[in-house]
Structure formats: C-alpha cells, structure tokens
Design a protein around this ligand. Sequence first.
Ligand code: TRP
Length: 446
Amino acid sequence: MSETLERWGSKRAFILAVTGAAVGLGNIWRFPYVAGENGGAAFLLIYVAFVLLLGIPVMMAEILIGRAGRRGPMQALGVLASEAGASRHWRWLGLFGAFTVFCILSFYSVVSGWSIEFLVASVNGNFNGASAAEIGAGFEAFLANPGLLIFNHSLFLFMTMTVVAAGVAKGLERLNNLLMPLLYGLLLLLAIYATTTSGFGTALSWLFLPSFEDVTAEVVLHAMGHAFFTLAVGACALMAYGAYMPDEQSLPKAAFAVAVLDISVALLAGIAIFSVVFAQGMDPADGPGLMFVTLPIAFSELPWGSFWLSVFFLLLLLATWTSAINLAEPMVATLQGLGWRRSTATAAVALSVWLIGLLSAFSFSTLAEFRPLFGRNVFELVSSIPPDIFLPMGGLLIAIFAAWVMPQARVISALDAGERGYLLWRTTIRWVSIPLTFIVLLGGLL
Ligand code: TRP
C-alpha cells in the first residue's frame, strides 16, 4: 500500500497544503471570538507562547510520524510501534484522532456554511446601507432558520468531500497556490482600513496590552486548545498529510513557516475585527457571531463595500474549504487503511458527518435548550471539548510517541533537520512540550 500512496508535487506544495489546513475559521472566526471571551491580550500572548512551545514541536512530531510510516494514521502508528517493539495499541491513537476531527468537522461544516450564505448575501448587496443593528438582527434571524443552515452545511460538505474523493494531493495544490496570497492581501487591506476607524487604538491596546488579573486555569486551557486547533495539530490530520510529503524536505523550516503565517493571519483578522467592535461600541465577548456581524458593518461603510465583502467571504470560504479537506482526510485515510475503497470511505464519512452536523445546525433554534452535558448544547459542546481537550490529549500522545517510543534513527531521518536540529527538537518536546501540555490539561480539567 505504501508504494501506491500519492505525493505532494513539491516542497512548496507541502507547505501550502499544511498552511491551507492551518488557516481557516480558526484564525478568522474562532480566534477573535475566543479571545473576546477570554480577555484579549493575555489570551493572545499565552496562545502565541503555546504555538511556539507546543504547537510547532508537536506539529513536527505529528508530520514526521506520517512521513516515517507512509500510511494512514492508524496503520502508520501500528507499524512504527511494532518496529520499536512497543505495543500495537498505539494505533488506537489514530482512531481517537479520527473521532476528534469527526466532531470538529460536524460544526466546522455548519459554520463554513454561514460563509456561503454571507457570500451570497453580500453579492446580492443585502448589507448595503444596513445599520449595525439591522445586520445583527439579520444574523440572529438567519441562525434561527435551521432549513437554511442545513442547506448551506450540506452544500459545503459536498464541496469538501468531492475534493477528498479525488485525492487531496492532486486537487489541493492549485487551489492553495492562488488562495493563500489573495486571502493574506485582503486581510492586510482590511487591517489598514481598521487604522482609520475610531476603534483602532482601543483594539490595539485590548489585543496587545495584557492584564493578567483575569487569567484563570480555564483561560490557559482555552489558549492551549486554540493553539492546537489553529495549527491543525493533535488529531493525526497532519500525520495523514505527512504521509504524502516529499523525501527531501526539512520539517522544522516547513513548520515554522506555517506557524508564522498562521499567527499573522489571526492577528490581521483580530485587528480588523476588534477595531470595528470598539468603533461600534459592541461587546468583544459577543460569541460566535462576532466576525459575521462586525465585518459586514465595516464593509458597509466602505466605498465598494459589497464588492470587498463578497471577495472576503469568497476567500474565507476557500480557506475553510482547504481546512475541512484536511479535517476529512484522516478519517478517509484510516478507513482506506482498513481496506475500504476511497470512494466508499468518503461517502461513509460524508454521510455520518452530515448527520451529526444537523445537531449543530439545530443548536441555534429547535435544539438550543437541549443541553446533554455541562449545561452546553451540542454546538457549544463540539466546538469546545474536542478543540480544548481532545486535541491536547492527542497531541500529548503523539509527542510521547515520537519523542520516546519511535526508534530515534527513524525520527532523525523523517525530521530531516540535521543532528543539532534533531537534538533541539527532542529536548524541547521531551522537557517542555510534553510536561507543559500535561500540566495545563490537568489544571484545566480539575
Ligand atoms: N486549523 C483549522 C482552522 O484554524 C482547522 C483544522 C483543520 C483543524 N484541520 C484540523 C483542527 C485538524 C484540528 C485538527 O480553521
């Protein structure tokens, strides 16, 4: 099986594929609202620290396992564990990852569907001349309409699974090449526009002047979960991409490049969004609607507003598309490794994600008060527990596997960073990343 596996066309294609996985709703939608709910600057600082101390080393661990195993996550873990004389039970980690991305994709697809709706609305000029209050009310009305949410969720999932069925390495390369520079450019423009709004100064101090009184164990846990989520680390999804990595490519360079791009996209989005939030006297802790309400307001005041807003939602949609493809890949690769045909595996994943996604779609209306756990409804559960708890747990196990279990000769060749690079990585992951993840998880859970 390993011989027939596809490969990314080039080093650049691999970096773009991982960036495509990393940059998505996490940066533009989730970061601003989670930062908003967790006090702003202190959250940002902790999250950036986690990206550096945990995110990057664990990302390397995850990709190198895939690269060394050259199989679907479950199979790669099983083979490498046997090789090291360790228990083959390590392969269940692949299944845990598949379960995690399953939960995540179920809400991710619903929220990405919102971008489809907003794209259509902005192309139609529906936000032209609308007041902030009207835009806010329009969003509420939209959420209360499960039929519309389900329609867009279905459409988005269909788009995603079509690419996955074709094989990610082929379909994704061209899309990423075009998309990433465009999205970046537009966010830059938006951030520049933000400097002209009256909320800009407040936004900057809110984002960059931390006050640590409000930092609780929970805030730290959210920041860690978000670091994993935004880098697409901890669910064996990048492991699946690592399996298609070219033979000659240094992993640390790729990981750093991705992390820098990923953080800067979040910062640009944060500056743009919070400037509007403060200019309009809105509440940063407004929750999941934050971006969907603020950006239409910002654009509605700009010349050519509808046009730019349409471009923005188009790019956002494409960015979430490349992330969702990455979310689906480990599930499909795992089933494929169990002997399923790729087409059957894709169909099975699509159908089950679609069904569970309905629960998230209904969480804004019919099922809003259906709160099966911790007083949270299904959308609130799947958008918090898998990112905040499952990803760090998965990341912890992935790190332990690469740093302590795998034959280190295999690690050295898959990391492709030279002797010093390897030792630096190993020291960091063994003595910083692993203990830190463990402590924060424990602290957050207790
Ligand atoms: N990183 C993506 C975002 O920020 C989401 C994502 C893609 C993801 N693939 C993943 C999250 C794998 C966890 C695991 O939108």
